[in-house]
Write a protein that binds this ligand. Structure first.
Ligand SMILES: [Zn+2]
Length: 449
């Protein structure tokens, strides 16, 4: 395969950049499919316009060519962005039958392009599609599998679930909201789970064509899925939770494989359920069901690591937080009690950890992080409009560096801005300023974003 000449200092064609390159080529109609998997294809069809685009793009993002650089980039975003009002309206009209699926998709496409353009303009090292095609971050599994007894997901369910809540308070989920939706609610299985659609892959297939910046897609992981599984009423299908998790892992490996084959080079597992093991009400709920939290924790870490087999060269991230719904939170407690098992046990390349308030505790647990793993410090709140100062953020990074070397640290918001379509109680301008602050701080601390 003939490769284009690289600018000085660029040594490789791997990574999301590589994929973006071909996505750009496809946009101009010069090539079909992914030539990386079609040995012998040449650049015969490339136009001057494409070559010019390649050069600009390689120069702009050349430092991110190596996978190791993608794994150690100093900025990150957890995933979701505030849904624009126009997108929410389109969703409501779709649910009312006034807009068809194609009409909704067109609005999603347009708003995703705008969200990507915003992230690129700010200089973030990685972009997402804001999860604009999801009602809730957990749709990466719940909307993709069949086998649960469930009803249709609708935005009004999310609105009713968080109705009456107060910002920065514990969110006590309205459990009696119907219809019930997989992973949003604790549901039984009525048959063995099977993958019906790979929504994250559909998301990436569009996202990869509208950006030259490495694009990340997130999937909710086995721990959360197992915590939202009514195993007591599923024994005919899954005699044990281990049997259930075997199917979850197989399905998620298939989803990751699809993403990697499509060129995605950074995949994040969303694992907010791990903080249940330090939150007393959550621990009580497990014990009341007769579960041993230690057994749950070990089983979940093992399941998360099994999925890593499917990542190949793609960078693996895993995000932990304490809940994020309409500026409310769901759990509290420092990482200390589980840090040794969790931080030393998870074999992901990047740990994205909530660290914006005292609910997350101190940085001491970072001493258990594996060598070579980068901890992305979630220091910037997505729940309140107040903007963190660069000096305060730098002080906190210095503090963290007492327990983990600076070259193993990075910075991001503490969670998404909109874990579901309702979103947090801040404005799009607040969101933009928060993301700007992440980039500004990274440039001052590490000299790059
Ligand atoms: Zn989160």
């Amino acid at each position: 395969m003939v490769k284009p000449a690289l600018p000085a200092g660029c040594t490789s064609h791997v990574g999301g950049l590589y994929h973006g390159h071909w996505a750009g080529a496809r946009r101009y109609g010069g090539l079909r499919g992914d030539p990386a998997r079609q040995p012998g294809k040449t650049f015969k069809g490339l136009t001057d316009a494409i070559l010019m685009e390649q050069t600009e793009w390689l120069q702009r993002a050349g430092r991110r060519l190596e996978m190791s650089e993608l794994a150690t980039m100093r900025t990150d975003v957890v995933g979701s962005l505030l849904r624009p009002e126009r997108l929410k309206q389109a969703r409501r009209r779709f649910e009312a039958g006034d807009v068809d699926a194609a009409g909704l998709r067109q609005v999603e496409d347009e708003e995703i392009r705008a969200a990507v353009a915003l992230q690129e303009s700010l200089g973030l090292g990685v972009v997402t599609d804001g999860e604009f095609r999801r009602l809730n971050f957990q749709d990466s599994f719940g909307a993709c599998v069949e086998g649960f007894r469930s009803g249709a997901a609708r935005m009004e369910i999310l609105e009713r679930q968080s109705h009456g809540g107060t910002a920065l308070r514990r969110w006590d989920v309205q459990r009696d909201v119907n219809p019930q939706v997989p992973v949003w609610h604790r549901l039984p299985a009525v048959e063995r789970l099977r993958l019906a659609r790979n929504l994250p892959l559909e998301e990436y297939r569009y996202l990869g064509t509208v950006t030259h910046t490495p694009a990340k897609v997130a999937l909710v992981g086995p721990d959360r899925i197992s915590q939202r599984f009514d195993y007591e009423n599923s024994r005919d299908i899954y005699p044990t939770v281990e049997d259930f998790l075997d199917d979850v892992v197989a399905i998620e490996k298939a989803m990751v494989t699809g993403l990697v084959e499509a060129g995605c080079r950074y995949i994040q597992i969303d694992a907010p359920g791990y903080t249940a093991y330090v939150d007393e009400p959550s621990l009580q709920a497990m014990r009341q069901r007769g579960e041993d939290p230690d057994v749950n924790l070990e089983r979940s870490i093992a399941a998360d690591n099994r999925i890593l087999d499917a990542f190949g060269e793609a960078v693996s991230g895993i995000h932990l937080c304490r809940g994020n719904q309409r500026s409310m939170w769901h759990r509290e407690g420092s990482y200390d009690a589980v840090a040794e098992r969790l931080f030393a046990g998870l074999k992901h390349r990047r740990l994205l950890l909530e660290y914006d308030t005292e609910r997350a505790g101190g940085f001491e647990p970072l001493r258990f992080v594996r060598k070579g793993t980068v901890v992305v410090l979630g220091l910037v709140s997505t729940k309140v409009p107040e903007l963190e100062s660069v000096d305060d953020l730098k002080r906190r990074i210095d503090d963290a560096a007492r327990f983990l070397p600076l070259e193993q640290l990075a910075i991001s918001p503490q969670c998404g801005f909109s874990s579901d379509a309702v979103g947090n109680l801040i404005t799009p301008d607040d969101q933009k300023r928060k993301l700007e602050r992440v980039v500004e701080t990274a440039r001052q601390v590490w000299g790059q974003a």
